[in-house]
Design a protein around this ligand. Structure first.
Ligand code: NAP
Length: 309
């Protein structure tokens, strides 16, 4: 997906409509945090939206873009009196960010996240959270290859899935409220078990990124003049892979390290299937290639039918 023209009107008053939350605090204000802020403002889902991030320069950019009412670098201060706190940092930083905000979370506050991996994030965040808050993990299945506060846009979640992975003891009313919030941001919402989420995303998102990183890396390793010719004649397939391989290195390093088992499992399956194709090519078994390519073409058609292409 490419980023459409950015439309970041100054915040001002939220549009008419009943806000779901009084105050929302976003911890991390990059592509996802920034887009949540803009989409929540668009739909009037909160009276106040604040953010906090690690680096002062990121906070300054977020303030200049008027993504939120205020962005600072004190994570705990941002969460004071918040009704909803969403941790929007890379997966590997979710535990550390939660430890920092835990003392200032008010009773009844809903705490969520947007991590692309669920079980490892739950394991990292849950031990830090006080018993008086409601933890409902989430993952919006929407993104681009861009990152940082300038990458956010209000339409990012429109028509895309957001997967909630409530825990066995999660408060039903808090989960319903978070679901209503994500629907307000424009998403379709589904609930899944965290382990199922991680297995599904390993094949639909994590493996494709790994393949893209590999193909572009292999092309870059080609010796001498071939390297520049590859870039010069980059046609459809390779060009699409370079877009995926331009995704944020920190985010994707954390995804692979934190969804290790599921990724290694699908990678083993993938390698077997690749050997099958390798053999078919070597032995001139065109029917095997043709059959697979016919089946995969149908999958693309089904995606278009489901408006997910
Ligand atoms: P991003 O654009 O790189 O933004 C990350 C934000 O987190 C930045 O504001 C960064 O702040 C902040 N941050 C990093 N480490 C921090 C720490 N230790 N404490 C506080 N703030 C910290 O990343 P993103 O694309 O929005 O991704 C955020 C999360 O969403 C990740 O967990 C990712 O798995 C998930 N997600 C991403 C996508 C996608 O396509 N990008 C899609 C769905 C879900 P500084 O600049 O101040 O360091």
């Amino acid at each position: 997906m490419t980023t459409p023209s950015l439309d970041k009107a100054p915040l001002g008053e939220p549009p008419p409509g009943k806000p779901i939350f009084g105050k929302i605090a976003l911890i991390g204000i990059g592509l996802i945090g920034g887009s949540i802020a803009l989409a929540a403002r668009r739909a009037g889902l909160a009276r106040t939206i604040v953010a906090a991030t690690r680096r002062a320069e990121t906070a300054e950019t977020a303030n200049q873009l008027k993504l939120v009412d205020h962005c600072g670098t004190d994570l705990a201060a941002a969460c004071e009196d918040a009704d909803l706190v969403i941790v929007c940092t890379p997966v590997g930083s979710c535990g550390e960010a939660t430890r920092a905000i835990a003392p200032s979370l008010k009773p009844g506050c809903i705490v969520s996240d947007v991590g692309s991996v669920k079980q490892a994030v739950i394991d990292a965040m849950a031990p830090h959270l006080p018993a008086h808050v409601h933890f409902v993990p989430a993952h919006p299945v929407a993104g681009t290859e861009n990152s940082g506060p300038t990458a956010g846009f209000a339409e990012l979640f429109d028509g895309r899935w957001c997967i909630l992975t409530p825990l066995p003891g999660s408060d039903a009313a808090a989960t319903d409220k978070l679901e209503a919030f994500w629907r307000g941001l424009g998403s379709e919402v589904e609930r899944l078990d965290p382990a199922d989420h991680d297995r599904i995303l390993a094949i639909t998102s994590h493996l494709p990124h790994l393949i893209a990183y590999t193909i572009v890396g292999t092309a870059d390793d080609l010796a001498g003049h071939l390297n520049s010719e590859v870039l010069r004649f980059a046609a459809g397939g390779f060009r699409d892979f370079t877009r995926i391989a331009a995704s944020d290195p920190t985010m994707w390093r954390d995804v692979f390290l934190n969804n290790r088992e599921a990724v290694l499992e699908v990678l083993a399956r993938f390698q077997e299937d690749l050997f099958y194709l390798q053999r078919a090519i070597r032995w001139g078994e065109g029917d095997k290639l043709f059959d697979l390519f016919t089946r995969t073409r149908e999958i693309r058609r089904a995606l278009i039918h489901l408006h997910q292409a």
